[in-house]
Ligand binder design. Structure first.
Ligand code: ZN
Length: 407
């Protein structure tokens, strides 16, 4: 039995199956935690034939575009979510891309639900909840757990089902709470396909080996162990990596200094979301809208000359190179290197929010992410996995690529 979604067939789950997206999981976090013995359950899964390879996230390496790629199995030019935030037309104000009507593709969970499977999506950050709930999928956030319920699972009060009150959006263990909600729901009514998306507050604040980062990974491993115990087949990936970004270019200031009049352009930062303490709305990707297409070559030259800017593409080029929806991107797409973040103007960003040093994402250098499947893959899928897949392939690997269960 299988179901077709966005051009690919997925076998129906044969056991409880979960994909966990560790927000901002630069592979070094897991490699370092495994090397220091902080993640014994993950270590045991890999030793028993689970597979861990590095793969790639989609551009821009931001939370909403990649979470939607993971749950639809397709790139942003198909699902339509080009950023956390974008302009729907050049004369409008930017909007947060958080509503299901912005989504142009069905999710795998919605299709599975139509076949009668029990599905659930849990997100740490509420900004993903409505998108993940598209197509009638039960969907809750840890952030708003105190005011949400899960009637499909007989849960009126989420904190009492989990057994503790939800942490705040700026606590280190909000991600673990999202995973605990998934387990609590499964205890009430067995889930066939579960999606749990974490939050990257810890990754924005500490590199691998930081005290809070270590606490995060130890607790993550405990919860992974609980999922194994509950009989889950587990896929793990990330929406993007994470790097320290000591250099910041403010693109509006740069364009003004180069002679562009203030009303001739608009800089839109697709990383923008309500969680400014994470990143101060600074990441390695930006869109520039220009009043006239005649200005495109000159603006491109100014932006491409900035130290640390690696790619500047026109709208038509970016739609091909990044697989972006052509109507939801700027006249120019700008991507910077691992060390460089892009802002609007110095006056518009409160750098005190990231006073401990900016760590962020958005560009090519955060495209490398872990892709882990808890059980042995068939030879064909194992070969594909080793050659390099995208995070949007994780449901294909997990549902179609696992061989017979070993007992
Ligand atoms: Zn993210």
């Amino acid at each position: 039995m299988s179901v077709g979604v966005n051009g690919r067939a997925y076998e129906l789950p044969r056991q409880p199956t979960v994909v966990i997206t560790i927000d901002g999981c630069e592979p070094d976090y897991l490699d370092d935690a495994l090397a220091r013995g902080l993640m014994p359950h993950l270590q045991a899964l890999l030793a028993a034939g689970g597979a861990y390879e590095r793969g790639r996230a989609h551009m821009p390496t931001l939370t909403n575009p990649n979470n939607l790629s993971i749950v639809t199995g397709v790139p942003p030019n198909v699902h339509g979510i080009s950023g956390n935030h974008c302009l729907l037309d050049a004369r409008s104000e930017p909007v947060q891309l958080v509503e299901p009507e912005f989504l142009r593709a069905e999710t795998i969970h919605s299709a599975m639900r139509r076949t009668g499977c029990v599905v659930l999506a849990v997100t740490a950050k509420d900004k993903l909840r409505r998108l993940l709930g598209s197509g009638g999928v039960a969907s809750v956030s840890a952030e708003c757990a105190a005011s949400l319920s899960l009637p499909e699972f007989g849960i009126e009060d989420i904190p009492s089902a989990v057994g503790r009150p939800p942490p705040s959006i700026y606590d280190w263990d909000l991600s673990h709470y999202a995973l605990e909600i998934g387990l609590a729901a499964h205890r009430r009514r067995a889930v066939d396909l579960l999606y749990v998306s974490l939050t990257d507050y810890v990754q924005h604040k500490q590199p691998p080996g930081g005290e809070m980062a270590d606490r995060f990974h130890r607790r993550l491993d405990d919860v992974l162990g609980a999922y194994v115990e509950a009989g889950f087949r587990i896929g793990v990936t990330a929406d993007h990596g994470m790097h320290a970004k000591p250099r910041i270019h403010f693109l509006e200031d740069c364009l003004r200094e180069a002679g562009f009049s203030a009303d001739s352009f608009q800089v839109v930062l697709p990383i923008t979301d309500p969680y400014v303490v994470h990143h101060g709305a600074l990441g390695s990707f930006a869109w520039v809208y220009l009043a006239s297409t005649d200005q495109v070559p000159a603006a491109r030259n100014v932006l491409a000359s900035l130290a640390g800017v690696e790619e500047v593409y026109t709208r038509a080029e970016a739609s091909v190179v990044y697989e972006h929806p052509v109507d939801r991107i700027g006249d120019l797409s700008v991507a910077a290197d691992a060390d460089t973040a892009l802002g609007q103007s110095a006056a518009k960003h409160d750098l005190s929010l990231v006073a401990g040093g900016l760590r962020s994402h958005g560009g090519r250098h955060e495209q490398i992410v872990p892709i882990i499947v808890s059980q042995p893959l068939t030879a064909a899928y194992a070969a594909r996995h080793r050659r390099g897949v995208a995070n949007s392939d994780v449901h294909d690997l997990l549902l179609n690529g696992v061989g017979e269960l070993r007992r």
